[in-house]
Design a protein around this ligand. Structure first.
Ligand code: ATP
Ligand code: MG
Length: 242
């Protein structure tokens, strides 16, 4: 049984049909990458999984149980953590406090949370120096690291990452992807990316979403091997930042 299975998912925003029957599955231990242009429905897919957006129809099964229609808090408690687009880091808190917020779904003592947050800085050494300071100024990449660390503090069985490389300089993108390769040792990841080359470089499976439909899915080498698709979505395209 896949960890996550989506069948015929339809999501509407008023008149707009953002997802028109999306089906995909994520096996335990995999990194699955969802590619697609602006407005294709990538974030909507993640929002539907994490309960932020209610589907009009279709199934979302997590470990075989239907979660479509549950609220975001119930879904976090089941072990799904969502790191949304845009990096919401609270300026009135220290970096460590921001990271600890991610564990609000778990019943753990503050001292233990503090130890776990300290351990996050092993994975994200670049932000360690800001751990306890207020009035920090972080770069885009550092903000992204705080957001991902916060997502991991939930100890999720499935981590949803929405465009972690967006707007970052290439060298920082590489650092973020190195972290994703570390995370995959312990956690299943559903990754949304516009950067096809980077997104597929860490993936076991990739899907291409186009105006609310999956137009292609498979192993990364199969996706690259499909010439028409590779030309349209994966390379030589203005949207693809290789
Ligand atoms: N809150 C909303 N209200 C109305 N329409 C929305 C809303 N959120 C998204 N949409 C529309 O739904 C469609 C899918 O949007 P979504 O944000 O899922 O795309 P995306 O693939 O994540 O794009 P991007 O790469 O730009 O983040 C788009 O047509 C978008 O305009
Ligand atoms: Mg998006």
């Amino acid at each position: 049984m896949p960890l996550l299975e989506i069948r015929d998912l339809v999501v509407r925003y008023g008149e707009i049909e953002a997802l028109r029957g999306v089906s995909l599955s994520v096996a335990r231990g995999q990194v699955v990458t969802l590619l697609g242009a602006n407005g294709a429905g990538k974030s909507t897919t993640l929002r539907a999984i994490s309960g932020l957006t209610k589907p009009a129809s279709g199934e979302i099964l997590f470990e075989g149980k239907s979660i479509a229609g549950l609220g975001p808090e119930a879904i976090v408690r089941m072990g799904i953590s969502h790191v949304p687009e845009g990096r919401r880091v609270f300026p009135g808190l220290t970096v460590k406090e921001n990271i600890m917020l991610g564990a609000s779904n778990r019943r753990v003592r503050k001292a233990e949370l503090s130890r776990e947050a300290d351990a996050m800085f092993e994975l994200f050494p670049d932000i360690r120096k800001f751990a306890d300071s207020l009035g920090w100024t972080l770069s885009g990449g550092q903000l992204q690291m705080v957001a991902v660390a916060r997502g991991l503090m939930a100890k999720p069985r499935l981590l949803l990452l929405d465009e972690p490389s967006l707007g970052l300089a290439p060298v920082i993108v590489q650092a973020v992807f190195r972290i994703i390769s570390e995370i995959r040792r312990t956690t299943t990841v559903l990754l949304v990316e516009q950067n096809a080359r980077m997104g597929l470089s860490v993936a076991d499976t990739g899907y291409v979403l186009e105006t609310g439909r999956i137009v292609l899915g498979g192993q990364p080498d199969e996706l690259w091997g499909n010439e028409a698709i590779a030309a349209a979505y994966l390379g030589g395209h203005a949207r693809v930042r290789a």
